[in-house]
Design a binder for this molecule. Structure first.
Ligand SMILES: [Mn+2]
Length: 324
């Protein structure tokens, strides 16, 4: 099976937006849910509505639970939050949602500016300056240690892996973005390939833990993150890649701008060919489109062009490698 192009949607997407997505030749959507929407009835109703547009929910996630400070930093209500996470897995399992997302970054993706860039032709994109991020004070009342972060991750895995196994819902772990070892007093969990190997080893051999292979994060880190080509091969062979984030940047750290796929420093066709050559069967989506133009197209509008470009690369790679 080849990779499946995908676009993220929320439950409030209009009928027009859903038709527009389907007309791009996209069949899979990643469903973003609010905490109130984490019920079987809500997900089943969304699946039915999306099916009416020829769309399948390939995965679903709730931001509040995938980036949860209490779980990541062992705050007082950690167990309660993990139980909410497990209930989410149970609900998704009942609705047969194949996987959900986890990103061990309690303060989310860190960027230092959103503005028109050198490569955006008037569009608004995201910028990151490592020096500015490293100068930030502790985000919490104290600095955390590396050991604490990994201990908290192990505690989480021990509680959720059995539920993930039982419900059949896998978890796609995204790298910390930007992939720096520590930001604002909070050590990152995943900032290179070695961190992923360590995380998978901690899952006690369970394949319930997989990854979101965020090409953007790999490119931001460059050689410090790992060798993207051999990492694709390794993690495809190990059946860990559940989702690919297809994103280019104009440079590695310390300073980068997010670009369209054809404008960054990486050869995205070479990356696509490696994914196809390794028989990657994940969903694949554009990551962080430019800010949608006011009153025009919303998020599907901003994702439309780069998604088409990505699909073109996929078509060409499959053709060239005799897989189409
Ligand atoms: Mn990403």
């Amino acid at each position: 099976m080849s990779m499946r192009p995908q676009i993220p949607v929320r439950t409030v997407e209009s009928d027009q937006a859903l038709s527009f997505i389907r007309q791009m030749g996209v069949e899979n959507v990643s469903l973003f849910l609010t905490p109130d929407e984490l019920t079987y009835d809500c997900i089943a109703a969304q699946q039915e509505r999306l099916a009416g547009f020829g769309l399948t929910v390939s995965d679903a996630a709730c931001n509040e639970l995938q980036k949860n400070k209490s779980i990541h930093l062992n705050l007082a209500d950690r167990d309660e939050q993990i139980e909410r996470f497990n209930n989410m897995l149970r609900v998704m399992g009942k609705a047969k949602v194949p996987f959900t997302s986890v990103a061990w970054q309690p303060n989310g993706i860190l960027r230092t500016d959103h503005r028109v860039g050198q490569h955006t032709r008037g569009g608004i994109s995201a910028f990151c300056d490592q020096n500015e991020i490293m100068a930030r004070p502790n985000a919490e009342d104290r600095a955390y240690t590396d050991q604490e972060i990994w201990d908290n991750f192990q505690y989480f895995l021990d509680k959720v892996i059995p539920v993930a196994e039982e419900t059949g819902v896998r978890m796609a772990l995204h790298p910390n973005d930007p992939p720096l070892a520590c930001m604002a007093g909070i050590p990152s969990l995943i900032y290179n390939t070695e961190c992923y190997r360590k995380a998978f080893a901690m899952a006690h051999g369970s394949k319930a833990l997989g990854m979101k292979l965020c090409v953007g994060c790999w490119l931001e880190g460059g050689d410090d993150f790992g060798d993207l080509m051999s990492d694709i091969k390794e993690f495809c062979a190990d059946d860990r890649i559940l989702c690919v984030h297809f994103r280019n940047v104009d440079s590695t750290l310390p300073v980068f701008e997010e670009t369209l796929p054809e404008d960054g420093y990486a050869d995205m066709y070479a990356i696509m060919k490696q994914l196809v050559a390794c028989d990657c069967n994940a969903v694949i989506s554009i990551d962080h489109g430019f800010k949608p133009m006011e009153g025009f197209g919303g998020m599907p509008g901003s994702f439309c062009y780069p998604t088409g470009f990505m699909k073109g690369l996929m078509w060409a790679a499959e053709k060239e490698l005799g897989k189409r």
